[in-house]
Ligand binder design. Sequence first.
Ligand SMILES: Cc1ncc(COP(=O)(O)O)c(C=O)c1O
Length: 459
Amino acid sequence: MTATVDRDRLADLQAGEDELFARTHPRSRQLYEQAHVHMLDGVPMSWMTRWSSPFPVFVTAAEGARVTCVDGHEYIDFCLGDTGAMAGHSPAPAVAAIARQAAKGVTTMLPTEDSLWVASELARRFGLRYWQTALTATDANRFAVRLARHVTGRPKILVYNYCYHGSVDETIITINDGVPGPKPGNAGPPVDPTVTTKVIEWNDVAALAEALAPGDVACVLAEPAMTNIGIILPEEGYHAELRRLTCETGTLLIVDETHTICAGPGGCTRAWGLDPDMVTLGKPIGSGVPSAVYGFGRTIADRVRATWDYHATDECGVGGTLAGNALSLAAMRATLGEVLTEEAFAWTVPLAERWADGVQDVIDEYELPWVVKRLGCRAEYWPRPVPPRNGGEAAAAEDEQLDRYLHLFLLNRGILMTPFHNMALMSPQTTAADVDRHTEVLCEAVRGLKGVDGVPVSE
Ligand SMILES: Cc1ncc(COP(=O)(O)O)c(C=O)c1O
């Protein structure tokens, strides 16, 4: 499509969608204008400016797989808070547990019984014995990286080009024209990230071997499949090489399952039989109540215990006053125990297959040079003819103009997609009819772009 989209036509269609959105969202527009008085760019969090609409939709309620806005429109939500609401919005068992706990004390800096259940459930799911808590996946990653540096005594970490692990300073690095450096737009980096970090392309075993050979890397921090620059699956044998090379060089392997929990109850770690030293996970595990965890095995636990200065643990890089609070633990127990269960994945994964099949049908029917990729209950399409092998290839295929148009076309017809991706996530409350509605509306968007419904595309 990239090659065949008429850009003038796309600009005209975009103007029509912008106008339609503005006309049908007067209350959101009013709130957005008022919001500029005390919030930077009229939003409480900067990412909210990244939606495709001229101003954000202000929400009144979210329930299951539905969001309702102040203008009274209802949306089928495939964004699901960019995975934060993968359990569905306000699932009943979590709401009940959260309400119960909120009435009994939110935070005391003392453990509750729920913590035992959560840690043992995580051990069962991911095969790692010890678990600690944080409030965000960013923090879980920061703490895991700190522990890796602490126990190995090594200065560097290694990440993949166009990875995303939250706002962890060391990870905001890309390969720019062949040279590692700060990711474009990196705001106020404390040091040049090349001081702390090596960055290589995903699926490149030779680059990995070369980067680890000097023995100065404490850990590799990796999603088991990249998800933040589109879904990029590991090539056959890549994980085996990653594990072999990290073991041979004494480098710890941290697997960030925050998005890849979409692959199943134990993420890719369990689905693919991976054997990481540490696992990090956040976002959906508390049904939206800030909750995150990081886990590791006995060897790391012993190395931490042997070297940890317990008098300094409150101020020395790993912690957070509210981490491990009773509310997060109650939310995690209910979410893991009653919502993001085996049965839930047995429902959501086939829905994502259906979604991907529907998109593939549109691609085939209109001969679009696009690919659709899926991982568990997450699926996504890309405007390039073959799947990218790595982050650099994926980033080069980005088509912001086309993405913005497709997102807004869908939003104007009651479908929310994640702003940064053409990505859809299925929740336990998503239905086959929701999925088919997406296929239908996408088809309509493509017909418009192709000029099928009357006006021919000038090439
Ligand atoms: C793989 C991964 N890890 C960590 C994070 C950070 O999560 P949070 O913003 O909740 O800290 C993200 C956020 O998108 C992510 O995709």
